[in-house]
Design a protein around this ligand. Structure first.
Ligand code: NI
Length: 138
C-alpha cells in the first residue's frame, strides 16, 4: 500500500504598501497602463497568503509537516520581510520588479521553496483583495 499524500494548509496575513509603475515609462504612460495603482503616493493592501504543502504522512509522527516548522518559515520569510513595508521602497526583491500580485506571488513562492524540504510540493495563493487573487504554480 502506498503512503497517503495529504495537503496541509496554513494562512497568514501581512499589510504592505505599493504602487505599480515602471521607472522607464513616463508618468502619463504609467497612469494609462496601471490606473489608480500607479498613484504617486502609494496605497496599501491587506494581503492574505494561503500556503499548501503536499507530502506523504510520516508513519512515525503522523505528520506531513510539523505546522510549527511551516509557521516559522512563513513568519521569517514572508511576515518579517514584508509586513508594514513599502514593497517598492523597502524591499530589495522589488527594487527592479513591479510589485504586482503576479510578481509578489512568485517572489514569495521562491522564498518559501528555498526553506522547504524538496520532498514537499508547494503551491501558494496570494489574495490582494477578496476578489483578486493569484496562484503559483498555476
Ligand atoms: Ni495595489
Amino acid at each position: 500500500m502506498s503512503t497517503p499524500k495529504v495537503a496541509v494548509y496554513r494562512k497568514i496575513n501581512f499589510n504592505a504598501a505599493h504602487k505599480l509603475y515602471r521607472k522607464d515609462w513616463s508618468t502619463e504612460k504609467n497612469k494609462e497602463v496601471f490606473g489608480l495603482c500607479a498613484n504617486e503616493n502609494y496605497h496599501g493592501h491587506n494581503y492574505r497568503l494561503d500556503v499548501k504543502v503536499v507530502g506523504e504522512i510520516d508513519p512515525e509522527t503522523g505528520y506531513v509537516i510539523d505546522l510549527t516548522e511551516l509557521k516559522e518559515i512563513l513568519q521569517t520569510e514572508v511576515h518579517n520581510r514584508f509586513d508594514h513595508q513599502n514593497l517598492n521602497l523597502d524591499c530589495l526583491e522589488f527594487k527592479d520588479l513591479n510589485p504586482t500580485g503576479e510578481n509578489i506571488v512568485v517572489v514569495i513562492y521562491n522564498l518559501i521553496r528555498a526553506k522547504l524540504d524538496a520532498k514537499y510540493t508547494l503551491q501558494i495563493r496570494l489574495y490582494e483583495t477578496e476578489r483578486n487573487y493569484f496562484e503559483y504554480p498555476s
